[in-house]
Design a protein around this ligand. Sequence first.
Ligand code: GLY
Ligand code: MN
Length: 463
Amino acid sequence: MFTKETYISRRKKLAASVSGGILVFLGNNESPSNYPDNTYIFRQDSTFLYYFGLDKPGLAAVIDIDCGGEMIFGDDVDIDDIIWMGPQKSIADQAAEVGVGKTYPFARLSTFLAEALAKGRKLHCLPQYRADNLILMADILGCKPAEVNDGKSEEFIKAIVAQRLIKEPCEIEEIDRACDLGYAMHYTAMTLMQPGMLEQELVGAMEGVVISGGYMTSFPTILSQHGETLHNHMHDKPLTVGKLCVIDAGAEIASHYCSDFTRTLPVGGKFDSRQKDIYTIVSTANSFAAEMARPGITYREVHLAACRLMLQGLKNVGLVKGDIDEALALGVQGMFMPHGLGHNMGLDVHDMENLGEDYVGYDPGQERIRQLGLGSLRMARKLVPGHVITDEPGIYFIPALIEQWKAEDRFSDFINYAALESYYDFGGIRLEDDILITESGCRRLGQKRLPITVEEVEAAMAR
Ligand code: GLY
Ligand code: MN
């Protein structure tokens, strides 16, 4: 938890940026896995954590802007809870630690909000993403759960996004720590990987590092020799010499700040010459994007420049042909990289995605471009100091997509479909670092950068 003053000043700034009414924050509850008492690991809502810091289930809070009041709702434990969970601080004591003076039993939240509605007061609500909170808000608002998010407050969302997008120094320290743990996680895989092991063994070793040194993974680990499937969670194959293994994994530390790194490793420890060629195009694009990323440029421009560089690289190896600028404008790159260059990261690995991707990643008036690849760009905004984003270019050979575009005769002036036939078993390559936009450019987060060049990766794997 940060200092009490940190939470007080965040709430003050937020309240000053919304015109009036009542801001509603729902914390998360325990979530059952296969029966009520067997729960998933508890994860607090990130907005609740950001403004109220309390990392416990069963809490909600409001800020009444019109009268300057702040309240936390939650129930004190009884003797039954103490028997199973041990002694717990009272809600009032917990609230005092984050500078909130008024607390009430949880049931008071519904009556408080219902009374406010009856008086015609404006309730500012956030989009809910958990079923229990949707049901709670539906009861309060008198609508169906499926209708709750129709009433989300854009003003509230935009005020939160504006604040949380620019990381404070205390947050950057935490993200650096999460990246250090993410480094250890990936370095473990690099040095442990041996042909014949199951992919799952590497996943287990990496996740062990995170659980020992932090809280949990920041998202389900992606580790596969079928890296052409962008989010491949199947880890059941034996590691086979000559294959490439995409490892996209992150750490979430106890404060819940995240890291998100991707490396692509050659099973057996050496890239073959074709792998080296494609790998070098992606690693060059990764570094080039970090060199370009600075205040004033949009991340969409950086995405497009990285794509241009990769198209040129693919042309050099004979997989793409024709005029590169024309190909870029048409979106030819979408076949090789059907995702965006990066996303915001912070308390969430895709920061604030629950509030709405476009509010987070797009400036007012900046439209998402509906093209394969660009359409998945989660961060397109003009960069400003304090943004924390990922830099994750990739090149993939997805047989079904190649076949589809070929059958449609799509971009056949630019794509060498005949040459691509021998790449159907190649897989994919993605290389991801996490960067902080600074006054003059950007810096990579974490003390050390994971090995990334062909030489660095081969040397680390030889250890
Ligand atoms: N690292 C997974 C993702 O960015 O979607
Ligand atoms: Mn990512």
